[in-house]
Design a protein around this ligand. Structure first.
Ligand code: 4AD
Ligand code: MG
Length: 463
């Protein structure tokens, strides 16, 4: 008999009631009473477990002790029947086959474990409710992102993972090399080292698909990338990962206000998708991680986002009367304490901060006429801070080249990028949304390490 998904029994119980089915899964808890035993079974297709009811008269003591174990995997054949609770269904077991035994040293015996402990067992923490719910929301969110762009005529582009350029110009690149590790360590003669290397030039893992995304957009008009990006940022915060997924649309003929509108529509669309498609998961996160989560998300869908000039943000912070750890001054970057004050205390909703000083932002951003600022914006949200980095791109050859020189980039590495401004340059804009960051916002999970199957952070490569 082919097994059916537990989700099907839970949602189509009425239709299946009275029929005999086969379900498989892992036992979350096995409970025993005098004449009856109960298994809470989960196969990953739903957050809810399916209750398996076992009449002990029908099973030998040996058979029972073989499978009554937390963590064991079983295949159950039995009849679907209404449960005590109105509208719910369970299974009266006719046979239970043990697929995989699970000894008592199973690390998930207890009901509650700290997130820190669970991070030490990434191969087993997937079997917790938190990971079960997070991974399903992550999957739905990712699919909704694709749907949004596909429905709106964007072409999905796969930009290279190995690259010779540093998009953010921040030098946070993981080197890619085939040279002996030992040689690399004592590479006194860098030229010689590079000459012997695979690409015969410096290579690294991409920090962003933007530069290649711009190349594609200068032919295909509207494109998006969606893939892993890497940063060797040595910041040990709950919001920074060394490997994270980024969604990066790039839109020809769009200016800053246009891209802000696109970003707003996308955020609302994908959050609505999670509200519609993951009600059980959101109820779980509301209960376990963030009170008021669903109301917060609904408000994001229903109300406008704030747009705030960087200069006004500085004024608000200065007048706040708050004691911040980091100084507040025009020209300084906003720290996470400042971002949080603005989104949480002042507006309590997503805020686009626009027109940052040009010297704190990347070389590719369009320079405003004031000579001081760039047409860039970060989208800040309560609880998480920055989830989107966005800008109109500098479309003028000379201004772009000068910005590269000013920021100490090796212009020769970016000739192709400058060429885009030489041959049919057009205004264009794009942004990068960090998938893990929005996932933290949508689930209320407070640490980026807990929204990835395997966390990748400085000093910590689990497997
Ligand atoms: O603001 P960032 O650095 O912008 C870019 O990379 C642009 N090239 C994007 C573009 O315009 N196409 O990064 C974009 C987003 C951030 O807002 C944040 O959500 C996420 O990527 N991000 C990180 N997420 C997790 N861990 C990190 N270390 C991250 N760094 C950036
Ligand atoms: Mg940024």
């Amino acid at each position: 008999m082919q097994n059916i998904d537990i989700k099907e029994v839970l949602s189509d119980g009425q239709k299946l009631s009275g029929t005999t089915v086969n379900v498989c899964g892992w036992i979350r808890t096995a409970r025993d009473s005098k004449t009856m035993a109960f298994l809470a079974l989960n196969d990953g297709t739903s957050l809810k477990h399916l209750q398996i009811v076992i009449d002990k008269n029908n099973f030998s003591a040996d058979a029972l002790s073989a499978f009554m174990k937390n963590g064991a995997s079983v295949s159950v054949v039995g009849k679907v029947v209404p449960a005590m609770k109105e509208g719910e269904f369970e299974i009266n077991a006719e046979s239970v086959e043990l697929l995989g035994d699970c000894p008592l040293d199973y690390p998930l015996q207890k009901k509650y474990h700290t997130m820190e402990y669970l991070r030490t067992i990434p191969h087993l923490r997937v079997r917790t409710n938190t990971m079960n719910a997070m991974l399903r929301v992550r999957s739905k969110l990712s699919f909704a992102i694709h749907r949004f762009f596909q429905e709106n005529g964007y072409v999905y582009i796969h930009t290279p993972i190995i690259t010779g350029s540093d998009c953010e110009g921040a030098g946070e690149i993981f080197r890619v090399t085939t040279q002996e590790y030992k040689d690399a360590m004592k590479a006194a003669d860098e030229e010689d080292y590079i000459a012997k290397d695979f690409f015969k030039r410096k290579a690294g893992l991409t920090v962003s698909g933007q530069l290649e995304g711009e190349v594609a957009a200068m032919a295909m008009g509207k494109i998006y990338t969606f893939g892993p990006t890497f940063r060797a940022e040595n910041s040990n915060t709950p919001r920074h990962a060394a490997e994270f997924w980024q969604v990066e649309p790039e839109v020809a003929f769009a200016k800053l206000p246009d891209i802000i509108e696109i970003a707003t529509k996308m955020i609302k669309y994908i959050i609505k998708a999670v509200i519609d498609e993951c009600p059980d998961e959101l109820a779980f996160f509301e209960n376990a991680f963030e009170k008021g989560l669903r109301e917060k998300l609904q408000k994001v869908v229903d109300s406008d986002f704030q747009v705030l000039d960087y200069a006004d943000a500085i004024e608000i912070l200065k007048k706040s009367g708050q004691q911040f750890q980091y100084p507040v001054e025009w020209g300084l970057d906003l720290q996470s304490e400042h971002e949080r004050y603005i989104t949480e205390q002042v507006f309590n909703k997503p805020v686009f901060v626009i027109n940052y000083p040009k010297h704190i932002k990347s070389f590719y951003m369009k320079q405003n006429d004031d000579g001081k600022t760039v047409a860039a914006t970060d989208l800040l949200v309560p609880g998480v801070g920055e989830i989107i980095g966005c800008s109109e791109r500098e479309a003028d050859y000379d201004k772009l080249k000068q910005a590269m020189v000013d920021k100490g980039l090796n212009v020769a590495d970016y000739t192709y990028y400058l060429d885009l401004r030489k041959y049919g340059s057009v205004p264009h804009s794009g942004f990068g949304l960090g998938l893990e960051r929005i996932l933290m916002y949508v689930t209320g999970i407070g640490n980026i390490r807990d929204v990835q199957l395997y966390a990748r952070t400085a000093g910590d490569l689990m497997v």
